[in-house]
Design a protein around this ligand. Sequence first.
Ligand SMILES: Cc1cc2nc3c(=O)[nH]c(=O)nc-3n(C[C@H](O)[C@H](O)[C@H](O)COP(=O)(O)O)c2cc1C
Length: 205
Amino acid sequence: MKKTAETQVPIHDLIAERWSPRLYEARPIEREKLLGLLEAARWAASSRNLQPWHFLIATSAEPDEHAKLASCLNERNRAWAGKAPVLILVVAGVEGGEHVTSNMWYDVGLAVGNLSIQAMHSGLRLRQMGGFDRALARELYHIPESYEPVVMLAIGYQASLKGLPAEIRNSELSPRMRKPLSEFVFSGTWGQASHVLGEPAKASG
Ligand SMILES: Cc1cc2nc3c(=O)[nH]c(=O)nc-3n(C[C@H](O)[C@H](O)[C@H](O)COP(=O)(O)O)c2cc1C
């Protein structure tokens, strides 16, 4: 199922076609593709090249490990993400005791951005999840104090919507929405839509 972004000018298909489904096939992800996602993350830019990203991975090939990572998700997320063949916990931090800084949060986001575009390229889909128990993740995986669990990822091949509960089904089918560029691209002063955007489209009728 496609939910192509509506854009003022064409953008790359990998970006326009990316969206975050909640239904995945049980089919495992090929090792090479999974490695490709991690390589894409690895080659992200980062402040001082500190590369503060870490990825704790569980696949459905190891059901106990998969269940352990899924147990960190809140109930709402676990209901659908527990079926994704690959779960990842993304953790920020660097060795040497330096605590996570705002640059490191930013860097980790860039790495996951790379990973998500590589996933598109490989025919995979993913959904990021902030809804998980960070304290439990820290405890279960012995994550040191100076490192911070950031987000979890559910990754797999997108499955059909058949058999989904109505609530999830409706949200899966709903169109993707974004603010217009004029709300966040400014020139001259804060809040003033940039001239690079051109004239706003006139309302018809
Ligand atoms: C940091 C972050 C946390 C998110 N947390 C959740 C979550 O806990 N549960 C969920 O279903 N979706 C979650 N999402 C997915 C967003 O809701 C989704 O990306 C957003 O609605 C835009 O939709 P799109 O990715 O399909 O364009 C999260 C996304 C990000 C980037």
